[in-house]
Design a protein around this ligand. Structure first.
Ligand code: NAI
Length: 270
């Protein structure tokens, strides 16, 4: 159902790789709600992914940008303002990657140049995106910036590996930059902490299948889907959440406040 919540709003959406991507679902929902946007992804991901199909469906243009490159980001922001005809109202940072996770390197045996690459892509890129927008004065007042995160930033999930540290860093950047963006430009910055979701990035985590079933059984409302995340993000981009900022918001069916559930207990008393 569409409520026209984003009518007239303009934005940039990072990270739509394929139809499973959280950013893909968000782009579709933003389009339904009347928002217009530029799609962006790393040049290599665009060759592998199906982003053209999404662009066509939503009437959007695509600008390639490696989110670790300040030059690419400057170009992206400048071009987006030209294409969209003015300043930006919303930005979704939906980017994550750990080389250690990808190559099966455990947390206790990190290859640090891989660790650094993962931190740059998954966390520091968020600072770079915001600094680029801030310096270019590219955000409209009462605009909204959202990044996606996971609860391993607060609690131990061993197989999440160095992504746990990257997410802790990402959430801290949201608060720290959110202060300056709020004070100087009246822009809000939040992170959504999402349930495990079957996407390319999600399924790269070791033991994902067991883990997603566990989270499902633990959460009173079940796991939040990519579509649930898209819908939550729409509310944060809309004018209905104008003074929500510096928050890490859990979209996880209640998982983060659970100790144990009947469904999980049942497995231990069989
Ligand atoms: P996905 O694999 O569809 O999206 C990850 C995106 O990051 C891809 O589009 C990829 O091309 C992009 N990316 C990687 N390196 C980049 C770079 N250098 N520059 C620009 N883009 C780059 O997976 P998903 O799950 O949709 O991931 C989106 C966000 O959601 C990530 O931040 C992820 O950590 C987060 N998240 C995912 C969960 C899950 O279980 N899938 C749970 C909680 C958070």
């Amino acid at each position: 159902m569409s409520y026209n919540l984003l009518k007239g709003k303009k934005g940039i959406i990072f990270g739509a790789l394929d139809a499973n991507s959280i950013a893909w679902k968000t782009a579709e929902r933003v389009h339904e709600e009347g928002g217009t946007f530029v799609l962006t992804n790393a040049p290599i991901a665009m060759r592998m992914g199906q982003i053209n199909e999404l662009a066509e469906k939503t009437g959007s243009q695509i600008i390639p940008a490696d989110a670790t490159s300040e030059e690419d980001l400057q170009n992206l922001v400048e071009q987006s303002m030209e294409i969209l005809g003015g300043k930006i109202d919303f930005v979704l940072h939906s980017i994550g990657m750990s080389v250690n996770v990808r190559k099966g390197r455990p947390y206790t045996d990190q290859k640090y140049d891989w660790t650094q690459k993962g931190t740059d892509v998954s966390a520091m890129s968020f600072h770079k995106v915001m600094q680029t927008l801030y310096k270019a004065d590219a955000m409209n007042e009462w605009g909204s910036i959202v990044a996606l995160t996971y609860m391993a930033a607060q609690r131990v999930f061993p197989d999440y590996n160095d992504m746990a540290d990257n997410k802790a860093y990402l959430e801290s950047i949201a608060r720290s930059f959110g202060y300056f963006f709020g004070r100087d430009k009246k822009v809000r910055v939040n992170t959504i902490s999402q349930s495990p979701t079957p996407t390319t990035a999600g399924q790269g985590v070791k033991g994902f299948d067991g883990f997603i079933s566990y989270a499902e059984k633990m959460s009173p409302l079940g796991n939040a889907t990519a579509m649930d995340c898209a819908n939550y993000t729409i509310t944060l981009f809309s004018d209905l959440t104008k003074r929500v900022t510096l928050q890490n918001l859990f979209n996880d069916g209640g998982f983060s406040n659970m100790g144990v559930s009947d469904a999980v207990m049942d497995k231990f008393v069989e």
